[in-house]
Design a binder for this molecule. Sequence first.
Ligand code: HEC
Ligand code: HEC
Length: 343
Amino acid sequence: MKRFLTLLAASLLSGAASIAVAQTADEPIQIIQPPKSINLGMVELGKKLYFDPRLSKSGFISCNSCHNLSMGGTDNIPTSIGDQWQQGPINAPTVLNSSLNVAQFWDGRAGDLKAQAGGPIANPGEMAFTHTLALGVLESIPAYVREFKQVFGKDKVDIDQVTAAIAEFEKTLVTPNSRFDQWLLGKKDALTADEQKGYALFKDTGCVACHNGEAVGGNSFQKMGVVEAFKKDDPATGRFAVTGKDADRFNYKVPTLRNVEYTYPYFHDGSANTLTEAVRTMGRIQLGKDFTADETRQVVAFLKTLTGDMPQFTMPVLPPSSDATPRPQPFPPKAAPAPAPKK
Ligand code: HEC
Ligand code: HEC
């Protein structure tokens, strides 16, 4: 009898598991998997570099300045602030789950995270350094030199190692276990009735045509303004800037909607302040659909269930500069004093 019950329980359990699997397979959105294989030494080093402002000319700006991991991996302002308070041209996307993207940047000009990571250091509007100067800083700090050698087994620090380590750290910035993922896995009470209605609207009206997969986006380039133009005077051209093909004009990488309640303001120009506004605009210009207030509320409620477990880690303690470390240049050089007037 006991044996029979055990068997029965086992078959019920495996039944439940196969229902859950079948259900996820049918859905246009999949649960987020934890990263498959990571090199822990590289992750720890990459984490330090991610938080180290000494990779910028001013000594003040780190990756985390614009991709703040306490704020959903973004800066929550329309366009970023770079070296000497320069106004950036475009909204900073989140680094959370960026390893799931088909390519990096709104126009996809970097193929992967490693190719992306060298960009901001040398971008005059962002960290405004050069790779050579950044390497000079790292090589002047004995604890960094030791750690690079330990991780990469080479005598010299190079930019390839820097970008590889940062990319490895970024691979760990996934956010599994959202309420929506729990629901996908069969936990029926993980979503309220309104949230489920919002998901039904998200599927039925066609949002899932572009926002799908593990990241609910990030896997294709699509036109911004399918039914109605986004903005008549939009100077940005999107993917056209990379391919030069007319068909790619105003195409952007579809942003992930994971953790979207944290990543305001929205769109490549940061012009939508709230999720409500972004959802209404999307409905209208992508699908020709005017959501009612109730429908908008339900879609927004669904989108908020996509917030997952944020990466948890100990804040890195960065090794101190040495006497040989070049000093930061936070301000423009002072103009030479005017020559004293001749008497
Ligand atoms: C001054 C602000 C700023 C700094 C500093 C900065 N970024 Fe960014 N980051 C941006 C902006 C803005 C974009 C979007 C640019 C574009 O698409 O043209 C971006 C894009 C990205 C992307 C692509 C995400 C996606 O979905 O396409 C990643 C990944 C990223 N940054 C990582 C980093 C790393 C790593 C560092 C440090 C080495 C860094 N960023 C430093 C502002 C910044
Ligand atoms: C034809 C493809 C397509 C469809 C359909 C679509 N989207 Fe989008 N979505 C995009 C693209 C592309 C962007 C980024 C556009 C930009 O910023 O220029 C975007 C951006 C967003 C954003 C802002 C995210 C951010 O981080 O800036 C939200 C929210 C959003 N979509 C929700 C929706 C909802 C809800 C629907 C259904 C009503 C929908 N989308 C339908 C392609 C699409």
